[in-house]
Design a protein around this ligand. Sequence first.
Ligand SMILES: [Zn+2]
Length: 150
Amino acid sequence: MKYFTIVKNEEQKDDGLRIDMGSVKTAWWCVPLPNCPDCGGHVVWWEAEYVSGTRKCLGHPKNEPTSILDARVPQPGNYPNEVAEQVERLIQRRNTCPDEEVAKIDLEILRLLRPWTEGLQYDTKGGCGSLFSVQSENGRVYLRRERFYP
Ligand SMILES: [Zn+2]
């Protein structure tokens, strides 16, 4: 199936970018993301209008009124144990649920963790706009170009 990627706000063919972020010690979504390979900006969770779980480069924090809150996933140890237990239960369900449920569970995890994000704010037009996805394969986690199927 044909697909395209978005690099620096433009539709482009996939350049095959795949950054190895190491092995999964906790859960795939806990792995800290590297800075944007296209411009060095921060890669932030970005669901709006895109595939669930999409990450977008929004540059560096601005703390302006038009900005959105940082939704990068906080790391275990930065939120209370009871939240960690709830999240762990969701991850276990996510590992065995039907595909249709995955997006719903991701959203629930994100909602649970949002109060413990760093609270940095980004201009929604900041950064280069490149879009990524986080994927796990054979126990390792990769940052890859998000693929869009027209
Ligand atoms: Zn960028």
